[in-house]
Design a protein around this ligand. Structure first.
Ligand SMILES: [Cu+2]
Length: 158
């Protein structure tokens, strides 16, 4: 049980990455962020950074309906530092829009991100499988489990 917890939790912290909202254009209007997010995977611990000229844009965290309609909630203060970093702490969809003028409505300045569960490779390496071919029974099972876990835990140390 202890081993299982380590295997699941540590890689998320270890592999956390920082991603800038569109590396070239930054956070701006007239950019298709749906195309930009396609094929990208985000996990808990990853950081999303919105960069833009000061005062030109802002970042509103939204719900699904507000995102669809481009209506920013009036009671929530948007991020305005021009270098806004958001670290994902929960799974699921996250919606962000720019609340300046009609940037979202007309300019399409909106992005939806899905935070996925980190999947640690379920396939043991060929070396890890080797002991099962020469041993049998419960002892074999234990050896197999140890061998299968070893390559994963090794990566935390390096
Ligand atoms: Cu804007």
């Amino acid at each position: 049980m202890f081993v299982l917890v380590v295997v699941i939790l540590v890689p998320e912290a270890t592999l956390a990455k920082e991603v800038e909202v569109e590396e070239d254009s930054g956070w701006t209007i007239k950019f298709d962020y749906q195309v930009w997010t396609a094929g990208k995977e985000f996990h808990i611990g990853d950081k999303l950074v919105f960069r833009y000229p000061v005062g030109a844009h802002n970042v509103h965290k939204m719900n699904a309906t507000g995102f669809q309609d481009c209506v920013a909630p009036l009671d929530i203060i948007p991020l305005v530092t021009s270098n806004d970093a958001i670290t994902f702490a929960t799974l699921g969809k996250k919606w962000y829009i720019c609340g300046v003028g009609k940037h979202c409505e007309v300019g399409g300045q909106k992005v939806v991100i899905t935070i996925l569960l980190e999947v640690v490779s379920p396939v043991p390496s060929p070396q890890a499988l080797a002991p099962t071919s020469s041993t049998k029974g419960i002892v074999s099972l234990g050896a197999h489990m140890l061998a299968a876990v070893a390559p994963v835990t090794m990566t935390f140390i390096t």
